[in-house]
Design a protein around this ligand. Structure first.
Ligand SMILES: [Zn+2]
Length: 277
């Protein structure tokens, strides 16, 4: 009799826990969060910043810089040691509800059951290495791929992409990790990419894509759009003849500041505004 009771009790307790879990799902979902010792939040980000980050995702998709893959982040306005980025979702589908807050080790503040981008370390490690950077874009634009694999450097072919004249190094993941799946999915690989980027506005990633940074979302997004356009134009110019005239360093210097892209940013935002409602 006593044995029967001892068998029945744990079963009863499990039933109770199952019912309790069903009734208080959100509380139990919160439990692993505490067990993982997630970083503290810097507090709510400026709603306009989140709105702009959502717009940045939509703009990059509309301009075909990203497709189902690729991501954009922005540094938190209340704490430089936090950044905002969508959960793992296609950029064109991102809404404000998808935005996560991460620390610079790329741990989420309040992940719950959501998945994160595997390559989020690109963002966290660049924010650590570059205090001047407020936004990071990672994309796989087909137009830039040839310049990451051919030894032909990407160069500034027109004024809208003058920033390329500051230098666009190529990240060779084999140099730091041998044979990989090419994804920057560890802090060490993120650090290595940040080292290759140095103080430059962008870096190509051999056989993979590019990373582009800026002092604002508008700058990182604008540079991403014009990096892609420059790659197309340079390939076209090189196909036309051997003597392509690029911007001179003196011209690049005089064009510094043009790449805030503020005027274009308002236009790009307007164009995706309908889709965001
Ligand atoms: Zn990637």
């Amino acid at each position: 009799m006593a044995d029967n009771k001892s068998i029945a009790r744990p079963g009863t307790r499990r039933d109770f826990l199952a019912a309790f879990a069903a009734l208080t799902g959100s509380m139990l979902v919160g439990l692993p969060t505490r067990l993982r010792a997630e970083p503290a939040s810097a507090g709510p980000a400026d709603p306009h910043l989140i709105e702009d980050l959502v717009a940045a995702n939509r703009i990059l998709a509309a301009e075909s810089v990203v497709d189902g893959y690729g991501h954009v982040s922005v540094r938190h306005d209340k704490d430089p040691n936090r950044y905002l980025i969508a959960r793992s979702v296609a950029p064109e589908l991102v809404t404000a509800a998808d935005i996560l807050e991460l620390d610079l080790d790329s741990n989420a503040v309040d992940l719950r059951e959501r998945k994160m981008y595997l390559e989020r370390f690109i963002h966290g490690e660049i924010y650590k290495a570059r205090p001047d950077v407020k936004s990071v874009v990672h994309h796989h634009s087909a137009a830039v791929i040839p310049f990451g694999v051919s030894g032909v450097p990407l160069r500034p072919i027109y004024h809208m992409a003058a920033f390329i004249g500051l230098g666009v190094p190529v990240f060779e993941i084999r140099d730091v990790a041998g044979m990989t799946d090419l994804l920057v999915k560890t802090p060490e690989l993120g650090k290595a990419l940040a080292r290759t980027l140095g103080d430059k506005p962008a870096a190509l990633m051999r056989g993979h894509g590019a990373v582009v940074v800026g002092e604002s979302l508008a700058m990182a997004v604008g540079r991403s759009i014009y990096l892609q356009m420059d790659a197309r134009l340079q390939a076209q110019a090189m196909a036309l003849g051997d003597h392509v005239t690029y911007l001179e360093p003196g011209e690049v210097e005089k064009l510094r500041g043009l790449d805030s892209y503020d005027r274009a940013w308002e236009l790009w935002k307007r164009k995706v505004a309908g889709a965001m409602k």
